[in-house]
Design a protein around this ligand. Sequence first.
Ligand code: HEC
Length: 148
Amino acid sequence: MAAREPRVLRRALLLSVAVAVAAAHASGELWIVPVPIWVAHAASDSKDGQVAAGQAVYVKHCARCHGEKGEGIEAPALFGQAENPLVSYPNAAILYRYVRFLMPLDAPDSLAERDYWAVVAYLLVRNGVIRENVPVGPETAEQIVIKR
Ligand code: HEC
């Protein structure tokens, strides 16, 4: 437990950075995609296999650091563990913000909006938080509580 503390502290710091980045985006031109379009994307992706799409994103953009099996190589484990490693993120919306604005570590905020939602859906399914048919997007994420 004590060994986890530094990472938890660091994560709190990183999250505050992520929130600041989000605020910067919100006030700038990068945030002009109208909400209804994202909602449509999230909804159609989940029907056509959001989790499968998320797995493809994971393999392409995350596995080199977090491992093909989520075991962690140069980075923390994300799934496939006895305990859900994502329990310190209260809900899917917060996990999404972390992942979008800080990951991939060497290219944050570089993927498409829907790819970020898809990879979050994949992480949640792999940790048994939700079932595959639960759509993960801006309209559902806050209600998706992450627990062990
Ligand atoms: C270049 C290596 C690298 C890549 C690529 C990368 N990550 Fe990370 N990731 C890290 C490192 C290192 C950390 C730990 C950051 C810290 O705690 O200081 C991390 C932390 C995380 C965390 C938090 C884990 C925890 O225990 O709190 C999540 C979630 C995450 N990454 C998801 C992703 C996803 C999803 C992708 C692909 C879109 C991705 N990462 C791509 C290196 C990477």
